[in-house]
Design a protein around this ligand. Structure first.
Ligand code: ADP
Ligand code: MG
Length: 695
């Protein structure tokens, strides 16, 4: 693209050691930051920006606040304390006031910070013989006035020990004018236009030398978009490739059993259920292996969708299996299926750990005979050496409750069965596709009509007695209740109430005249299932439990859910818990009880105000990150350098659509006008090229 005169000029791939201002020592330090060639310097972007709008006058800094201030050092020194700790202290001043700044345990700063240096400091203000700032972050701007308070933007770069932010900024400043013209655009113009992000050279200029913070953000949006766009291209291609190469069963949509089920179903399918069922049927009819995730809020009716898919397998003479995370849930599904399938003559078998050996052998025999049966079970389905002679479809309910190996093990039980995963943690489709690689994703974004929303309220600890009386009245009317605690046993380290002690206290106190039971993860599985069975059959009024009850349990007569210490739970988890009530015709209640911090109150009030699992999951994601919702392994958080797929949701959606559009037009990126993208992609992700090789 650029035609610079030949000569000793630097190129993008010149090693940083050859750049003016960098010797071997600095080159080593730069390497630590991932900066190896000149090009890397351009992509080493500021992690934050400051200008007059982000910097507070020192006079306004009050104890308890978290502030960023800019001031000149007017005095400094190291103070020893009686406990042997040495504290570096400085006093800084801006036009409004002075403040004492303190760095406990960092006496070496005395050599780094000079009188008259300008310091940009971020940290908490506390009260200690007056106002004192304890910085979390410091940028030493040196003695020269930097003018950032007059509207200039300061770009703050990630630095490392021995290589200050100032040196990095100076290096970038010194070379950016020579390097930027060498940077060419590789994304198609149409893609850029659609995403409304600037071309790469302009973006990099905006990022390094913004005139306003808005400028900088606009530049960043391009880098974030590109990253998301590339990930979607890779995942989309991986899915296409899997579909092309993953041989599977080509079922025939006979509309035999499935039509008969539709006829006996006591309700109409929602539009979302119809739509999603079609997506699944399309996968199953193709002779490629299905690998699909079905997401839907609690109560959106995923089970029946799975049943239609299973019947499609059965009417083709295959077997179908459904694996659930608890015995109770497996039993519940078996019951539902038996009821619906009895008129159709489809056998439903149950495999659980508490089954007798003889019973299990009988089921195993039918599985191995190849008879077209539906098998429902817990993880015992994949344990041992039982085989399916003709497994056509494997469904995994509450998929996040299983490990990767368990999920894979069920898929490996037959010979290449189609696989359907069900999940009740709904996240936006674009995000799911960012996270789940080569899975296809369907979303049930509608709930069956006529559900009463669960009345949700946050109550202070002082309302405890009234709340318990309320629950007692519900029980008096024949209803049942759950009382949930965050932990099993109380301990000295926290002042949290635990389920065990509270069970004892409630059964002798407020609910002495009621039938109570205790349920938590340390109770053996068979006892646990027995307790749940008794609760389901109405032999227990109030179940005192931990979050163990969060998945799938369907007891329509339970109308109250009391959660103590609600601030200890993620919103998505609370939403799952709340999903245990509101399953019948009676009005239901979810009461969050406790004295919580103002931040927690805000969060919990948002939860109380909405019934939409997508909105709740999104909020949780923003607040707690992906790791919390999916476990570190699935989260993929670390794969992004510029983008945050949660924060950048709209951009991510555009990136997904753009990637799909590009690959629809040119699946292998073979067209001339796409060579530049292809090259950029393979430079960024060396293993990507294999996905785009022909043949
Ligand atoms: P989840 O998606 O949480 O697994 P379920 O499949 O357990 O939800 O469905 C919740 C309840 O909704 C079940 O009792 C089911 O019978 C009922 N249901 C499912 N689809 C519909 C529908 N289209 N109309 C009315 N009720 C439905
Ligand atoms: Mg379910």
């Amino acid at each position: 693209m650029s035609t610079r005169a030949a000569g000793p000029a630097i190129g993008l791939s010149t090693g940083v050691g050859y750049l003016k201002g960098v010797g071997p020592y600095r080159a080593d330090l730069l390497r630590k930051l991932g900066i190896i060639v000149a090009r890397d310097l351009l992509f080493h972007v500021p992690h934050r920006y400051e200008d007059a709008s982000t910097i507070a006058p020192i006079a306004s800094a009050e104890p308890g606040m978290d502030v960023t201030v800019l001031g000149t050092v007017i005095s400094k020194g190291v103070i020893p304390t009686r406990k042997g700790l040495r504290i570096f202290q400085a006093v800084i001043r801006d036009q409004s006031a002075m403040i004492e700044v303190s760095w406990p345990g960092q006496p070496y700063l005395d050599r780094v910070i000079k009188k008259d240096d300008k310091l940009l400091l971020t940290g908490a203000v506390r009260f200690f013989h007056g106002r004192q700032l304890q910085p979390r972050e410091m940028v030493n701007l040196g003695p020269e006035a930097d003018g950032i308070t007059e509207g200039r933007v300061l770009s703050v770069y990630p630095a490392t020990e021995g290589l200050s932010f100032k040196v990095i900024r100076a290096l970038i400043d010194a070379h950016i004018d020579a390097l930027l013209p060498l940077i060419g655009e590789y994304l198609p113009a149409r893609t850029l236009e659609r995403a409304n992000v600037p071309p790469l050279p302009e973006a990099l200029r905006l990022v390094h030398r913004p005139r306003s913070i808005a400028d900088a953000m606009r530049g960043m949006s391009r880098l974030a978009f590109e990253e998301l766009f590339f990930v979607h291209i890779l995942h989309r291609r991986a899915r296409d490739l899997a579909r092309e190469t993953r041989e599977g069963i080509g079922f025939v949509n006979k509309r035999d059993l499935t039509s008969r089920l539709k006829a006996v179903l006591p309700y109409e399918l929602t539009n979302a259920q119809v739509h999603v069922t079609r997506e699944i049927v399309k996968d199953m009819v193709s002779d490629r292996r299905m690998h699909r995730l079905l997401q839907g809020d609690v109560g959106s009716g995923k089970t029946i969708v799975a049943l239609f898919a299973m019947l499609l397998a059965i009417e083709n003479g295959f077997q179908a299996a459904l694996m659930a995370p608890t015995e109770l849930l497996a039993e519940q599904h078996a019951r539902t299926f038996e009821r619906l399938l009895a008129p159709l003559g489809v056998p439903v078998l149950l495999v659980t750990g508490s089954q007798s050996a003889a019973g299990r052998r009988a089921v195993a025999a039918r599985m191995e005979s190849g008879e077209a049966v539906i098998v429902i079970g817990t993880h015992t389905l994949v344990q041992g050496d039982t085989k399916f002679a003709k497994l056509g479809l494997a469904v995994i309910d509450e998929q996040h409750r299983f490990g990767v190996e368990q999920r894979a093990a069920l898929g490996a039980k037959g010979s290449r069965p189609d696989v359907l995963l069900l999940s009740a943690t709904p996240i936006p489709r674009s995000l799911a596709l960012t996270l789940y690689g080569d899975l296809d994703v369907s979303v049930l974004d509608e709930r069956p009509p006529g559900r009463l929303p669960v009345t949700t309220a946050l109550r202070p600890g002082s309302a405890r007695e009234r709340v318990l009386t309320f629950i007692d009245r519900e029980v008096e009317q024949g209803r049942q209740a759950y009382v949930v605690y965050p932990i099993i046993e109380e301990s000295e380290k926290t002042d949290l109430k635990g389920a065990t002690a509270m069970f004892a206290s409630l059964s002798t106190g407020a609910f002495a005249h009621r039938r109570l039971a205790l349920l938590h993860g340390k109770i053996p599985g068979d006892e646990r299932d027995e307790i749940m069975r008794r609760f389901r059959d109405g032999e227990i009024d109030i179940l005192v439990a931990t979050t163990i009850i969060e998945v799938g349990i369907d007891v329509a007569n339970a109308t109250v859910m009391l959660v103590e210490h609600p601030e200890r739970f993620g919103l998505s988890q609370l939403h799952q818990l709340r999903g245990r009530v509101g399953r019948g015709a009676e009005e239901s209640y979810c009461i969050l009880l406790g004295d919580v911090s103002p931040e927690a109150r805000e969060r919990l009030e948002l939860f109380a105000g909405t019934d939409d699992g997508f909105e709740i999951a999104r909020h949780d994601l923003r607040l707690r990150g992906m790791g919390d919702l999916f476990g570190a392994q699935q989260s993929g958080e670390k794969t992004f350098r510029y983008a945050d797929p949660i924060r950048d949701e709209a951009l991510n959606l555009l990136a997904m659509e753009s990637a799909e559009e590009l690959l629809r037009a040119d699946p292998l990126l073979e067209k001339r006008e796409h060579q530049a993208v292809r090259t950029a992609l393979s430079e960024r992700y060396p293993r990507a090229l294999a996905l785009f090789r022909v043949g």
